[in-house]
Design a protein around this ligand. Structure first.
Ligand code: SF4
Length: 424
């Protein structure tokens, strides 16, 4: 065991910093002396080294705390250490934002959602095996799908109506079901949202195939804050097999490199699914994209939809998106802080509602706006069902068998339900 002063000296930190880490629950002491002084052990030392490494990588303390409490902690350690040793400048950054569950517990019920997904286009230029949006026959059979790009007039009405909320939206996420850049007005959508006093940040997720230099400059100049690029293979052959398209792979990498070089304020995150990659290809991924991205990650396949495996995709349910050990939670945190608007203007209860089985707002007379939907009885009832631990009893929705709550890096707010229910 060592005292706080000894630990501080050993790691060149200050006693004050260690006291603060204890106060915020980031690094509690292993024990106390009879007189109440803090004592630390080897495990504390290991944890502190990890915290200091994340600090060097400029992670905020709230995020470090969420990472260290998550099931994916071991995976983070391996990946972060690999990147630090490899000379690659990108940080290991998952594209899913981790919230601090304690912050969520205190903030719920939110007067204003943190995140609004708005889908610029629900169709896709890829035909990926795992994705319903690329399956044209399935799309034809699914009511509400195959709509195409969102109408700009409708989009502007949605952004204008955010003035009904008391607080600004933390993130407008221009993405849900399809390839966002298939909307020819994508840059204009970014610019319009960024000009709204009710929007703090705008980001998107794309396959990146349409990122020509002209398009990239247009989007960067419009003010996009973050772009997540999903890479689907490490060569043209893999793209052909997995995504059903002919891709000029060298040009693709060159275009992403151009985006990165001109990115200004826009953070570039690149991820790939590692399940179909050899060890050599995974290294190749880091080497190819590690210096043309701010953040990078290798993911595992997770079950995004209940019938996912029927689409011929193998899923190992025992691992999380980032390779940790999966563990199921009962309460879906997403429904408490985000909402989703489809490209045809309908509202889905969930961002994974690919078949539009969870549409809400139809019951309203008159104009449906995000604020009306957020304050609706429908949403309140839905949230309450989770808090009452009734998820497994929901009959019509995808929620009872949701793989996301097992593998999708969810914040675990199960233990706070009583406090949250009291406030609702
Ligand atoms: S439990 Fe799953 S399907 Fe239900 S709202 Fe949450 S993420 Fe969506």
């Amino acid at each position: 065991m060592m005292t706080v002063k000894e630990l501080a000296n050993l790691t060149e930190t200050s006693v004050r910093t260690l006291q603060y880490y204890d106060k915020i629950g980031l690094l509690p002491p292993a024990a106390y002396t009879d007189a109440g002084y803090r004592l630390y052990n080897e495990r504390s030392l290991e944890h502190l080294h990890q915290i200091l490494l994340y600090r060097e990588l400029e992670f905020p303390l709230s995020k470090i705390k969420a990472i260290m409490a998550s099931e994916d902690f071991d995976r983070y350690q391996v990946e972060v250490n690999t990147l630090c040793q490899s000379g690659i400048q990108a940080k290991y950054t998952p594209r899913i934002d981790l919230h601090d569950p304690v912050e969520l517990k205190e903030a719920i019920p939110l007067r204003t959602p943190y995140v609004i997904y708005i889908d610029p286009c629900d169709t896709c230029n890829f035909r990926c095996k795992f994705c319903p949006s690329g399956n044209l026959d399935l799309m034809k059979k699914t009511p509400g799908r195959g709509h195409g790009p969102m109408d700009m007039t409708l989009y502007k009405e949605i952004i204008d109506s955010l003035s009904e909320f008391e607080d600004p939206i933390r993130v407008i996420r221009l993405y849900k079901e399809g390839e966002p850049l298939l909307n020819p007005h994508f840059a204009e959508m970014v610019r319009y949202a960024k000009a709204s006093p009710k929007v703090l940040r705008v980001d998107t997720t794309t396959n990146g195939a349409l990122l020509t230099p002209e398009r990239s400059l247009e989007i960067i100049n419009a003010g996009l804050d973050r772009i997540n690029i999903s890479v689907e293979g490490m060569n043209a052959q893999q793209y052909k097999e997995f995504s059903g398209i002919n891709l000029d792979y060298e040009k693709y990498v060159e275009n992403i490199s151009f985006f990165y070089a001109h990115r200004n304020q826009c953070e570039v995150n690149i991820k790939i699914c590692g399940d179909n990659l050899t060890q050599e290809q995974e290294e190749q991924f880091y080497n190819t994209f590690g210096n043309i991205a701010d953040g990078i990650s290798v993911e595992h396949t997770i079950e995004y939809w209940p019938k996912y495996q029927e689409m011929g995709v193998d899923v190992d349910e025992s691992v999380t998106l980032l390779g940790g050990k999966s563990r199921e939670v009962m309460v879906c945190p997403y429904v408490f802080y985000e909402m989703c608007i489809n490209s045809n203007g309908t509202y889905s209860l969930c961002r994974f509602d690919w078949n539009h089985a969870m549409i809400m707002g139809k019951e309203f007379a008159g104009k449906v706006t995000p604020r009306r939907v957020w304050d609706s009885i429908t949403l309140w009832t839905f949230q309450s069902e989770f808090l009452n631990k009734e998820r497994k009893l929901m009959t019509m929705l995808s929620c009872p068998k949701c793989g996301i709550l097992k593998q999708g890096v969810p914040e675990d707010i199960d233990k706070y339900v009583d406090e949250i229910l009291d406030k609702m």
